[in-house]
Design a protein around this ligand. Structure first.
Ligand SMILES: Nc1ncnc2c1ncn2[C@@H]1O[C@H](COP(=O)(O)OP(=O)(O)OP(=O)(O)O)[C@@H](O)[C@H]1O
Ligand SMILES: [Mg+2]
Length: 223
């Protein structure tokens, strides 16, 4: 079967894009393909001037480590490592010996500098996701991807994570995020609506009501 079909997209630098659509519409597949975690069977994906679809596995891994950040619904932190050690991990994987100040700086950006020595089990869900956000940002990636990053959080905590992402975009970060939540999507500059692997619609700077209305209309099955 076809997970994505005829998708043609341009995501400008420094913008916040939300991707919405029913379960199975291809949102995660779109993210995985654009982040170089998965290879489409046809078509091309570019990150700036680099064609991801033309890279060997090895080069793709190196590119992902240095130019792509990813946060998931599950925070995926290593339980035995402190927040600081979790954030430092991508730099270590890239063969660098991370400076302490550099790591603490990123934790400061997500408001968790004073929690640097805590392990994930000692942090709330929202704090764990902020550590995951810091870990995704420590390499200064060209793009930050989020697959339902607030899906496991209550609305207040989710809103904190979202407003941090919004601030990062306002500071120049490019963010692409899948969400089911119209309030979360309203933080974005642009919302793409997927159905059956195709981009069916998009809205620019919409509010949550407009997004919810569009979702309802898309879900309406003629009988
Ligand atoms: N590894 C895979 N192998 C085969 N089919 C897959 C694979 N991953 C996803 N699919 C299929 O591709 C389609 C799109 O899946 P995808 O996970 O991208 O949907 P989604 O929009 O993220 O859904 P959800 O909101 O439930 O997370 C679905 O029909 C799914 O069953
Ligand atoms: Mg998904």
């Amino acid at each position: 079967m076809t997970a994505l079909d005829g998708v043609s997209l341009d995501i400008p630098r420094g913008t916040f894009t939300a991707v919405m659509g029913p379960s199975g519409s291809g949102k995660s597949t779109l993210l995985q393909c654009t982040a170089g975690l998965d290879r489409p069977t046809g078509g091309q994906v570019f990150l700036g001037d680099t064609e991801l679809t033309g890279l060997s596995e090895r080069r793709l891994t190196l590119l992902r480590r240095s130019r792509i950040g990813f946060v998931f619904q599950a925070f995926n932190l290593l339980p035995s490592l402190t927040a600081e050690q979790n954030v430092a991990l991508p730099l270590r994987l890239a063969g660098r010996r991370p400076g302490r100040a550099e790591v603490l700086d990123v934790l400061e950006r997500v408001g968790l500098r004073e929690r640097a020595g805590h392990r994930p089990a000692e942090l709330s869900g929202g704090q764990q996701q902020r550590v995951a956000l810091a870990r995704a940002l420590v390499t200064r990636p060209d793009v930050l991807f989020g697959d339902e990053p607030t899906g496991a959080l209550d609305s207040t905590t989710g809103q904190e994570v979202l407003s941090m992402m919004r601030t990062m975009v306002d500071d120049g970060q490019t963010v692409i995020m899948v969400t089911h939540d119209p309030v979360a999507a309203a933080c974005a500059d642009r919302v793409l609506f997927l159905a059956d692997g195709r981009v069916r619609d998009e809205l620019y700077a919409p509010d949550a009501e407009q997004i919810a209305a569009r979702m309802t209309r898309m879900a309406a099955v003629p009988c």
